[in-house]
Design a protein around this ligand. Structure first.
Ligand code: ADP
Ligand code: MG
Length: 699
């Protein structure tokens, strides 16, 4: 075992109790963990302030001076100890609310002290509550540190006496006793090429930087390293998968595909769709497992791609499943597939949580016998009881709503895993995709079917409501349909429900029967009721659909031209873009109206402006990523997939690109890392295996 893997309990100043706390609170187990536990900020203690030039903020400062008077002042409960502190330029107060008896006995009047702490301002007088205090003569003898690191910490650690000072001491101990002995983890040629500082120097400077520039260089070196190893692992995983994981072999494109393509497909595929189908065919004919992410903006026509490749599976005597995140979407997929395939010899079924028992039994049997070729459904498809005769292809629609663990479940259904295609309309910016899905292959439909008009997006407030209603009436008079969407109803949030119901009532008044019919769909309804209402809207029996975000994904109603989003400020950018994609699917101009309050936070303002300006899913995703951070975007925040220690996917994009290309280069030249120069890489990779949780979501 490398000494760097020594458990923290062996570090001077860390007993069993502290070691346990560090483990449970900060997930720090070994010397290596502690070394790579980086400060989130630094306090500049190279500077001494004068009292007459204190900043008017609540920052931490350091002053030299003397205590001139000491007073115990009674207050509501107990007393407080107040010291007047003077440095010749002015005076201020030092205050203690606890332990003041003992402190008063320790303090010496008219001696030189160095004081450190956070300033408070009250009626123009500065004070520091519970300052750090040191006689200047003692201070002079201490190790001089100019920038003090401040580490992420927890309440519990603080309560148990593991203060910043204690953590700093542990770092000093670790760095001084082992100074210069941390083995280099990057090959020398990269260090030279990118002018990086050594690992030893970087670790010292990241914890106790000499100055701003040395900190910057330490950060750069460690960020590069973090990206480099992240990429190496992803690339290795991908190569391994390609070499090792056998896939079902789809040898041919046969009669089902050809018949459908020639007889029943009633439009010309876009070039992007053709290109993607070619990529998928190649994967599925390779004998290795396909694991591919298909991105395409809303309305780009991913469903037909899914249908066509499921027919290829059928041509090779394999079954397929198409999994959707919501029941409504599953239903719609089922209906449209069943309709399109009705003249073909291809049996399709729908399986959701609300499929009746009897029907379910029939489906189970037909799946086992192989009679059923395509199963459409929700999560229910992934349940353990569902057994296929020979599942060859699993397609997952709108995966950003889909749990990582659920995807993995699909793999366990066969000895040889099915090909997997994940489809998403949430465009993933390239930088994020490289880090998060470096192990997947990518396909993109970057073209919309011809004749689509750009959706016009407008931002309006309550003051414009009457005009908005007039516009809606106008559209309905032209035979079009309208969505009005409210924030999601969650079980706990009564407020959302009230908003929706209030909205529904006021709409019913503005759009009275019999001229207008309104459908309503929300998350708290039974699924039969949802389906019934949805069906009325699809058939044009109702002109308005009042709904929560349950309609967000996938649903396709060409006649709907207007999407009104209420309390739009409460939605995320990508979600708004998705919702907007529900309209303008026919030949008529589509409109999206974002209704908000008149006072918006700056961030909400940016979201509204971005949407009114741009129709490009990728551009919107980039802004979203900047506003919300990657975890949110992918819905994987809790899983910790992207918890980078120091690098930042957005700010450090260039470094990421460089690290990725170097990782690719090394593995290309020396796949098994056998060269002497790459031994440090191999060793570091091994040591990373232990604490890496980025792999849980893969196979
Ligand atoms: P999404 O990618 O958002 O899932 P869909 O697959 O639902 O989009 O397709 C949206 C609409 O576009 C559907 O009505 C579909 O029939 C139609 N469509 C798909 N491809 C084409 C094409 N090449 N030409 C014309 N219409 C198309
Ligand atoms: Mg879709």
């Amino acid at each position: 075992m490398d000494a760097i893997q020594t458990p923290l309990v062996y570090l001077k100043g860390v007993g069993p109790e502290r070691a346990r706390l560090l483990k449970t609170e900060l997930n720090l187990h070994t010397f290596q963990d502690l070394l790579h536990f980086f400060p989130n900020r630094y306090i500049d203690r190279s500077r001494f302030y004068r009292i007459n030039e204190l900043p008017q903020t609540h920052t931490e400062i350091q002053i030299k001076g003397r205590i001139t008077t000491l007073k115990l002042i009674p207050q509501k409960r107990g007393k407080r100890l107040v010291a007047t502190f003077s440095d010749g330029s002015g005076q201020m107060e030092l205050i203690w609310f606890r332990g003041y008896q003992w402190i008063r006995d320790q303090l010496k009047l008219n001696e030189d002290y160095v004081v450190f702490g956070k300033i408070n301002w009250f009626k123009g007088v500065a004070s520091i509550p519970h300052p750090e205090l040191e006689l200047e003569e003692n201070f002079q003898q201490q190790l001089k540190i100019s920038f003090y690191p401040i580490y992420p910490s927890t309440e519990k650690l603080l309560n148990k006496g593991v203060s910043q000072k204690v953590i700093q001491k542990m770092m000093v101990e670790l760095l001084t006793t082992r100074s210069g002995h941390f083995s280099e983890s990057l090959p020398q040629n990269l260090i030279n090429q990118y002018k990086l500082i050594s690992k030893n120097e970087a670790l010292r400077q990241i914890h106790f930087p000499d100055h701003q520039q040395s900190l910057a260089r330490a950060q750069m070196r460690l960020k590069f390293e973090e990206f480099f190893y992240l990429q190496l692992q992803l690339i290795l995983k991908n190569t391994q998968r390609k070499q090792k994981i056998k896939g079902q072999l789809f040898k041919k494109v046969g009669p089902s595909f050809n018949a459908f393509f020639n007889k029943y497909l009633d439009f010309e595929l876009t070039n992007a769709q053709k290109k993607v189908i070619k990529e998928l065919r190649k994967d599925m004919g390779s004998g290795r497992q396909m694991n591919r992410l298909l991105q395409g903006d809303v309305g780009s026509g991913k469903t037909i791609v899914a249908l066509l490749i499921m027919l290829i599976a059928l041509d090779n005597n394999y079954q397929s499943c198409l999994v959707a995140p919501t029941e409504i979407l599953a239903q719609q997929h089922y209906q449209s597939l069943a309709e399109q395939l009705q003249k073909m010899n291809c049996k399709v079924a729908l399986l959701t949580g609300s499929t009746p028992k009897k029907e379910r039994k029939r489906i189970d049997e037909e799946l086992k016998s192989g009679e059923l070729s395509i199963l459409v459904g929700t999560h229910a498809v992934l349940e353990d009881q569902v057994t296929f005769k020979q599942l060859g292809l699993a397609i997952i629609d709108e995966q950003h709503r889909f749990g990582v663990a659920q995807r993995a479940k699909l793999w366990q259904k066969n000895e040889i895993p099915p090909h997997i295609l994940v489809m998403t309309a949430t465009p993933i910016p390239r930088t994020l995709a490289m880090s998060l899905y470096g192990d997947l292959d990518f396909s993109v439909i970057d073209e919309l079917p011809p004749g689509r008009k750009k959706i016009k997006t407008l931002h309006r407030t309550d003051a414009n409501r009457l005009k908005v209603f007039a516009f809606i009436k106008d559209q309905i008079a032209k035979g079009n349909q309208v969505y009005i969407v409210y924030p999601l109803i969650q079980e706990s949030s009564k407020l959302d429900y009230k908003d929706l119901m209030d909205g529904f009532e006021s709409l019913s008044r503005s759009f009275p029967k019999p001229n207008y019919q309104i459908s309503i769909v929300h998350g708290q309804m039974k699924s039969e009721d949802k389906a019934f209402e949805m069906e009325r809207f699809i058939q044009g029996k109702t002109q308005l659909m009042v709904a929560t975000t349950v309609i967000e994904v996938g649903v396709n109603i060409p006649n709907a031209t207007v999407m009104v989003i209420e309390s739009a400020e409460r939605f995320g950018l990508s979600q708004l873009h998705q919702l907007r994609g529900r309209v303008g699917r026919g030949s008529d101009q589509g409109y999206c109206i974002l209704m908000t309050g008149s006072k918006l936070s700056q961030e909400a303002q940016i979201r509204m402006e971005t949407l009114t300006k741009s129709n490009d899913g990728f551009e919107i995703a980039e802004v979203d990523l900047k506003l919300r951070g990657p975890g949110n975007l992918m819905g994987t925040q809790q899983s910790g997939i992207l918890q980078l220690k120091i690098a930042d996917l957005i700010k450090d994009q260039n470094l990421l690109k460089a690290a990725r290309s170097e990782a690719l280069k090394i593995l290309k030249e020396d796949t098994h890392l056998q060269a002497a120069a790459h031994q440090c890489v191999k060793r570091t990779l091994y040591s990373l295996q232990f604490d890496s949780n980025i792999w849980n979501f893969i196979s």
